[in-house]
Design a protein around this ligand. Structure first.
Ligand code: ISJ
Length: 256
């Protein structure tokens, strides 16, 4: 399947398993796959027309048009975005940050500033000391869980956000380059891709090293809708990010 509206449109997606249902059926040779931070750079540089970029960057770059009804989100635990530590959460100290992430780093900063104020030191480095607390996202987070047992505690940021706000959290959404022709057609095609991709989750999971774990992850933890509650969550996140100096005020998002 390759909907006509996407012909000639340069598409970029996050390279993690969680994004696979949203690009299912598109010609893999034509979709740029990168970790969130790199993908954002490619989108900003104008190399991609439509990209599944971190929500934080959508707000930060002042992206105007976002595809309605499609997201990488969660309601409660997300399973693949956590601070792994040897001890309890909320005791201030160093946390190493995954340099691939944008939304989850900002979410962690918002959660700490708002709900766990203290003398935190956030260190951007992909090479934390052996026992250091660290924020990990995406496939590396799933692999970390699979590789390490006992001794580590996982503080799931989707769960922490939900316990404080009662809301879902949106990690990424489809951003459209400004001036893109037929934005409505492109958005509609990406919604169709999503419908097929969600149905193909069993097959997508079967191609991974852990079919049942991957299927559970894609069906129980990651949610793909961007509806009223998700929009409410985006507004709250934006407000808190503004309050804590992570963002400057930008225009309202236009969902197409
Ligand atoms: C839930 C996740 O969402 C991802 C987290 C992102 C971020 O932190 O910037 C960006 C895109 C999403 O794919 C994950 O990858 O674990």
């Amino acid at each position: 399947m390759n909907p006509a509206a996407l012909a000639g449109v340069r598409v970029g997606s996050v390279s993690y398993l969680n994004a696979k249902p949203l690009i299912w059926g598109l010609d893999p040779a034509k979709v740029v796959l990168e970790v969130p931070a790199k993908l954002t750079n490619s989108f900003e540089a104008g190399k991609i027309d439509v990209a599944l970029i971190p929500l934080f960057e959508i707000l930060h770059l002042g992206v105007e048009k976002v595809v309605d009804d499609v997201a990488i989100a969660c309601l409660g635990p997300v399973h693949s975005v956590f601070v792994a530590s040897r001890g309890q959460f909320g005791v201030p100290g160093e946390i190493y940050l995954d340099p691939s992430s944008r939304s989850s780093v900002a979410l962690l900063q918002v959660l700490l500033s708002e709900f766990y104020p203290g003398d935190w030191e956030l260190v951007a480095s992909s090479n934390p000391p052996v026992n250091a607390s660290r924020l990990i996202i995406g496939d590396p987070a799933l692999e970390f869980r699979a590789r390490h047992d006992g001794g580590w505690r996982y503080h799931d940021l989707g769960e922490l956000w939900h316990s404080h706000t009662g809301l879902p959290f949106v990690f990424a959404a489809w951003a459209l380059r400004s001036g893109l022709k037929d934005a409505a057609g492109v958005a509609g095609a990406l919604r169709e891709v999503k419908v097929d991709g969600l149905e193909a989750r069993r097959e997508i999971a079967s191609k991974t090293g852990d079919p049942s774990g991957s299927y559970e992850y894609l069906t129980r933890y990651i949610r793909y809708d961007l509806g009223a509650k998700e929009k409410e969550a985006i507004l709250l996140f934006r407000e808190l990010a503004l309050r804590h100096g992570l963002l400057a005020r930008t225009a309202e998002l236009d969902f197409v």
